[in-house]
Write a protein that binds this ligand. Structure first.
Ligand SMILES: [Cu+2]
Length: 368
């Protein structure tokens, strides 16, 4: 609901008030579970000697792609570990991880720790596929700048391959008159009918619901949106920001379609109006989420290595949602604690600043 309001409810003022109100409601039931699993091998202090290497989807072999997709399918049927009191509708480990995002939505977006939290979240998912589903590779990333170069190429991306990939767009569903939220250039909205996830059951969401609403995976691709916000121009603009505060703001963008950054570009370029990727709460329900967020993380790391000694410690931005003037609280520091619920232990922002140190141990084959 709020993602929609972010874009459509009469300008930023109204949107922000709505968001802050929703934030309070979400916070009230976002109390992290006391049960913590710790699948992470890289305890602080251990050096990262052999980082796993994240590669671009189209550079993986047919077999590597299949192994990755099989691991995700395994995770989709592993039994959940989230207590029913936290999220009554969880059935699978995959639901656990989507529920974690749903329950924390307004404490992990438009805040200083947006990028650190999503870096940790993606790393925990990658680690879970390896530890619990026998996957031996790294999380692949999706360099969408390649597919967004010409808007007409968007739907032909190998990521949407119906045999080796995540499946295509859903069939076109007209936007309901009572639903004013229309992503510019949307072309689908129905169930994904091919690829590795054609029979997937999405349970978390829509929006802030964790009670379990079984439905199909849907996509609503917008070639226009992708072309406008995921090209090299937008990526270069992002990489040219002088400090973390500006960098994060340009990645996340503002509360309207016109002010989108690369983050919103991927969410709306794939999810449009009716796909899960366009749902700020339940977006990880589409397995493409991880490919998009791995690439956002790659953009951040590419920015960090341009001035590593400074940027390994550069963090700022509000603790509270959109509180860029610090009227509700302070800014995030390296000591700020982050939780991914039952999926892994709590870590600090400091632990996640280096992809080959702290609690992380991976690298990218290529940077921007
Ligand atoms: Cu998110």
């Amino acid at each position: 609901m709020a993602f929609r309001c972010l874009q459509k409810c009469g300008g930023p003022g109204v949107s922000i008030i709505f968001l802050v109100l929703t934030y309070c409601v979400v916070l009230a039931h976002a109390v992290a579970s006391p049960v913590h699993r710790d699948p992470w091998n890289y305890e602080r202090g251990l050096t990262c000697k052999k980082p796993i290497v994240r590669k671009e989807w189209r550079t993986l072999s047919k077999v590597e792609k299949a192994r990755y997709l099989e691991a995700v399918q395994c995770f989709l049927v592993k039994p959940a570990i989230t207590p029913k009191s936290d999220a009554p509708g969880v059935v699978s480990r995959y639901d656990d991880i989507v529920a974690t995002h749903v329950l924390q939505t307004f404490s992990i977006h438009y805040v200083g720790h947006f990028l650190p939290w999503h870096r940790w979240f993606t790393g925990v998912y990658e680690k879970s596929l390896r530890d619990e589903c026998g996957y031996s590779g790294a999380q692949p990333y999706w360099d969408w700048t390649i597919d967004a170069k010409h808007a007409s190429d968007w739907t032909k991306s190998p990521v949407f391959d119906p045999v080796d990939g995540f499946g295509k767009n859903g069939p076109l569903i007209p936007v309901n008159q009572s639903d004013p939220f229309e992503v510019p250039g949307r072309t689908g909205g129905g169930c994904v009918a091919d690829g590795a996830f054609q029979n997937m059951t999405v349970r978390m969401g829509p929006h802030d619901s964790v009670s379990g609403n079984p439905r199909c995976l849907s996509r609503d691709l917008s070639p226009y949106f992708a072309g406008r916000y995921l090209g090299m121009n937008q990526t270069r603009l992002t990489l040219s920001q002088p400090d973390f505060g500006w960098f994060d703001k340009v990645v996340e963008g503002g509360p309207s379609f016109d002010a989108s950054g690369v983050h919103g570009g991927g969410h709306y370029g794939v999810g449009g109006t009716y796909g899960q990727m366009g749902d700020l709460y339940a977006s990880p329900a589409d397995p493409i989420f991880w490919m998009h967020h791995a690439n956002l993380d790659r953009v951040w790391w590419s920015w960090q290595v341009r001035d590593l000694s400074k940027r390994l410690r550069d963090i700022s931005g509000p603790i509270n949602l959109m509180d860029y003037n610090n009227t509700l609280g302070g800014n995030v520091t390296l000591d700020f604690q982050m939780s991914v619920g039952v999926n892994a232990k709590n870590v600090s922002v400091r632990d996640t600043m280096d992809i080959m140190g702290g609690v992380l141990c991976y690298s990218y084959d290529k940077l921007y």
